[in-house]
Write a protein that binds this ligand. Sequence first.
Ligand SMILES: Cc1cc2nc3c(=O)[nH]c(=O)nc-3n(C[C@H](O)[C@H](O)[C@H](O)COP(=O)(O)OP(=O)(O)OC[C@H]3O[C@@H](n4cnc5c(N)ncnc54)[C@H](O)[C@@H]3O)c2cc1C
Length: 313
Amino acid sequence: MIFYEEITRGSVGFAQTVIMNMLMSTYFIYRFGTEEMKQRCMVPAIRGEKIATICFTEDQSGSDLGATRTTAVKDGDEWVINGTKMWITNGAICDFCTVLCTTDPGKGLKGLNFFLVEKGTPGFSSGQTLNKLGCRGTITGELVFDNVRVPAENFLGEELGKGVFYVGEILEEVRVMTAAMALGIARAAYDEALEFSRKRVAFGKAIGNYQLIRAKFADMATEMHAARLLTYHAAWLLDQGLSARKEAAMAKLFATEACQKVVDEATRIYGANAFAYEYAPQRHFRNARFVLYGGGTQEILKNFLGREIIGKV
Ligand SMILES: Cc1cc2nc3c(=O)[nH]c(=O)nc-3n(C[C@H](O)[C@H](O)[C@H](O)COP(=O)(O)OP(=O)(O)OC[C@H]3O[C@@H](n4cnc5c(N)ncnc54)[C@H](O)[C@@H]3O)c2cc1C
């Protein structure tokens, strides 16, 4: 988590790529791939020699994975994949991807499974590239699967229909990781605003001397400290092999909101300069929106926490 925070502080785009390679995409190969597949895909991805990505999202389904329309149909010793994925980080330049498909379209979440698809497989191509608000250091877009045939061993699982269960295995880590990314963005904005407040002079004094500017730093530092404690506590639980179901969701919920508040205040401290592309605050302001989506939106996290806390009544 410290590592994720640090690399995100430097570049969100770079962090996205590293995290895809280290966790999101390769996890399923690590768990279910053949030894040969691990050497061909996972090891080079972790070394940074190949680019990996994961494909959940579609045009009509993001949070609602049960609505996945991309299908995988068994044909002899092969699986045939058809569908289009959207919002895929590094999609156009990936060497391989793990793709969430339904093998049983009527079954919702119980029909979901992961498959490995590698660059160069006939029928596998990239479609439109999205012109994004932030995270502009990565290419994000559409991946198209048109009768893509993969061997039976590219099915990444023990038995059919457990794909969503495997997502659950890394969901807590993904949520804590996203909280750490939020901290990284907030810290970059905070550190730069602090430096600016010491240099920028108004009414004959550096603006850092004014109480209202100091109050902003008091609030920002408190938000970040609270976010860090929640994030590190959830990470600590995972390190101990304990469940962090609620704690990971709380960390993501709190840290990503804290991130929005910190970048907003940092932007105000920069005055009009925050509105110029020459200065950094606008970049943090735009990048901060990214952490609100992956690993569960605020609404999905609150639904989840509400269910965990109240249960069925
Ligand atoms: C920069 C970037 C990179 C991304 N990279 C990837 C990637 O590499 N691979 C990938 O698969 N995806 C990727 N995504 C997509 C991301 O995972 C999705 O945006 C996310 O899952 C949310 O889905 P959605 O955007 O379709 O929103 P939706 O699920 O359609 O939600 C729309 C709105 O409705 C709300 N909502 C939905 N359901 C409920 C409910 N039950 N109750 C209350 N409110 C609800 C949501 O909170 C949200 O406010 C990326 C997104 C971004 C912005």
